[in-house]
Ligand binder design. Structure first.
Ligand code: FMN
Length: 337
């Protein structure tokens, strides 16, 4: 028996819900092709970063000596990014190449936090042929004068600006640390987000005790990190029925993918697992997902998607305070004598 794995994400028809999220494997034409051959539903290219765009603009200005000394420091400290991706033009070229080579949807990614000229690249990304744009908003507020409402408004304004400048579908990738996510998610949708990608992983800094300096460190995700997406997609699914929801962080297996689809994800994204096991891992995940659906007698992803969302599950309280007292009491009686 075969099952229909197709899904619609950001109005795009995907052959299955497994998406290779932004990361090193989607930054290279050879691995993009291997991902497509392995059966991935869509790919999200690595981000074009605000810092890259600003750096490029400063380089041009310096070249023409408009501001000979201004911001020289930021030029000197800009990290060397690998190969051609390090300039915005190279990014657009790579996007065009990916579109030419692949037949699955290619989603581009723009990553920033401030109001500025970098947003103009959304239009150029659209012109270069992206099927959709993922806007990764990553901002760490450190100013005590800035309220959570200010932070949210900043995100909403950025989304509205990008929305105004492009026609292609727009997804917004955010972190999980918002105090009233359902309201904020609704505001992002009102500002023009067609989809939400939940949740971005922030780089938490560490301290090098020998050299006594702070070092930002990228560590691979762990499967438990998918739990935040699981909870919030379950809660948001019925509140935002027309908004696409994608899960990212901690998806390392077909089991986790199945759980995220059950709570209402339209697409399930993977990066670290694909780096660890290689692009071919997609084939295994897709096949196992199909096998599990057959075993549970689901005909299609459409049928299973959201069948355990907050409105559709009898255990909704487990999504909220997670039966807090009962769960703690059970744990204590099992593990502490
Ligand atoms: C090496 C690496 C590079 C990444 N680059 C980007 C990026 O350019 N833009 C972005 O939005 N996310 C980026 N991510 C985040 C991933 O897209 C993904 O959201 C995150 O790794 C969590 O998913 P995972 O647990 O499946 O890895 C990157 C992740 C890794 C590990």
């Amino acid at each position: 028996m075969s099952v229909d794995l197709s899904t619609v994400y950001l109005s795009l028809e995907l052959r299955n819900p497994i998406v290779a999220s932004s990361g090193p494997l989607t930054g290279n034409l050879a691995s993009l092709q291997r991902l497509e051959e392995a059966g991935v539903g869509a790919v999200v290219l690595p981000s074009l970063f605000e810092e890259q765009i600003v750096h490029d603009q400063l380089e041009v200005e310096r070249l023409y000596e408009f501001h000979a000394d201004a911001n020289a420091e930021s030029l000197d400290f800009f990290p060397e990014l690998n190969d051609q991706y390090s300039t915005p033009n190279a990014y657009l070229q790579r996007l065009e190449d990916a579109k030419r080579r692949l037949s699955i949807p290619v989603i581009a990614s723009l990553n920033g936090a401030s109001d500025g000229g970098w947003i103009d690249y959304a239009r150029q990304i659209e012109s270069a042929g992206a099927d959709a744009l993922e806007l990764n908003l990553y901002f760490v507020p450190t100013d005590p004068e800035m309220s959570s409402a200010d932070v949210e408004q900043r995100y909403v304004d950025l989304v509205a600006k990008v929305r105004d400048s492009i026609q292609i579908p727009l997804a917004v990738k955010i972190g999980a640390q918002f105090s009233a996510l359902p309201h904020f998610a609704g505001q992002l949708a009102l500002a023009g987000a067609d989809g939400l990608v939940l949740f971005n992983r922030y780089l938490e800094p560490d301290i090098d005790l020998d050299r006594l300096h702070i070092k930002p460190e990228l560590v691979f995700s762990q499967p438990f990190e998918s739990r935040a997406s699981l909870r919030w997609i379950a809660i948001l699914r019925d509140q935002l029925p027309t908004v696409s929801l994608a899960a990212t962080s901690g998806v390392h297996s077909s089991e986790t993918a199945a759980k995220l689809l059950l709570v209402g994800a339209d697409a399930v994204m993977m990066t670290c697992a694909l780096i660890t096991h290689g692009p071919g891992f997609v084939t295994k995940v897709v096949a196992e997902l199909a096998d599990w659906m057959v075993e549970k007698e689901y005909d299609s992803v459409g049928q299973l998607r959201g069948s355990m969302s907050r409105d559709n599950t009898p255990d909704a309280s487990a999504l909220e305070r997670a039966n807090y007292v009962q769960t703690l009491a059970e744990f204590t009686s099992r593990h502490v004598v």
